[in-house]
Unconditional design. Structure first.
Length: 275
């Protein structure tokens, strides 16, 4: 059952702050997402979107920097292609569509590291993201509680309708952790149900928390509703009204021995608009 939850530097400085923002820990900045200027555009318009990191669906934009991502892709009716750009571009995504239909953009960040010197901060983060099994697994592995190391990777996705996209659907693109929308947002009206399937290495991931954010207006905080996936990796939410939305989920595994870390996490996000 879904449960509503409330949670309580300007973009022009993005160049100076890029290193700090991209290295921001999961505790300091919970969400990472792609935010288009428009989720539905004419076939002859450009698609423009910011990469953002922050909290409560509010955050700073940063530039196109190839060294900071493993992949940045567009999937459309013509297949898959890399998102091109020049280092320093703001917005980070600024491309002409190749065809009408649903344009699916994905971004996989380079892995970043964080160390927790206080168990309370690590435990707070785990509770917030619904990673309920990690504390017991951490202790069972005999790991210290006062020096915890983690590698985390962001797997962001957004859906943009170009021209007539009413017959298209979202689909898996191959990110290691990925949310796939069960319905085309263009077909939704307020009060409708929208489902998401959370995939881990291409397979449904059950019993995992998924949050749905509805962006606040006039600078207000987003609303956050949470549920958990079923055995088929499916999570469903009621869409309360028009606006900008983000679904998000986190999966944590034991870090491979050669990564010199205790844990490795993957953060999936999917942004879309409902008109």
């Amino acid at each position: 059952m879904e449960r509503p939850v409330r949670r309580g530097p300007p973009a022009g400085l993005a160049w100076a702050l890029t290193g700090t923002m991209l290295a921001a820990s999961p505790v300091a900045a919970h969400e990472f997402w792609i935010e288009p200027q428009d989720f539905s555009i004419a076939a002859d318009a450009r698609i423009k979107a910011d990469l953002r990191i922050g909290q409560d669906f509010k955050g700073d934009a940063f530039p196109f920097i190839p060294s900071r991502f493993g992949s940045f892709k567009l999937n459309d009716r013509l297949g898959e292609t890399d998102v091109e750009g020049v280092t320093g571009d703001l917005p980070a995504l600024n491309v002409a569509p190749r065809t009408e239909g649903l344009a699916i953009f994905t971004y996989v960040s380079s892995g970043d590291r964080i160390r927790f010197r206080e168990w309370e901060k690590f435990a707070f983060y785990l509770e917030l993201e619904g990673l309920d099994s990690i504390p017991a697994r951490h202790d069972a592995r005999g790991l210290p509680r006062d020096d915890i190391s983690e590698i985390y990777t962001r797997c962001a996705k957004t859906l943009v309708a170009v021209g007539d996209a009413s017959g298209d659907e979202d689909r898996a693109t191959g990110m290691r952790l990925e949310l796939v929308a069960g319905e085309n947002p263009l077909t939704l009206t307020p009060g409708a149900e929208m489902s998401f399937t959370l995939l881990w290495e291409g397979k449904p991931l059950g019993d995992t928390q998924v949050a749905l954010f509805r962006k606040g207006v006039d600078g207000s905080d987003a609303t956050r509703t949470i549920t958990r996936t079923d055995d088929a990796g499916r999570a469903s939410f009621t869409i309360p009204g028009n606006g900008t939305y983000m679904a998000a989920g986190v999966h944590m595994i034991e870090a491979p021995a050669d990564r010199n870390a205790d844990w490795q996490s993957y953060w999936a996000s999917l942004t879309f608009g409902v008109e």
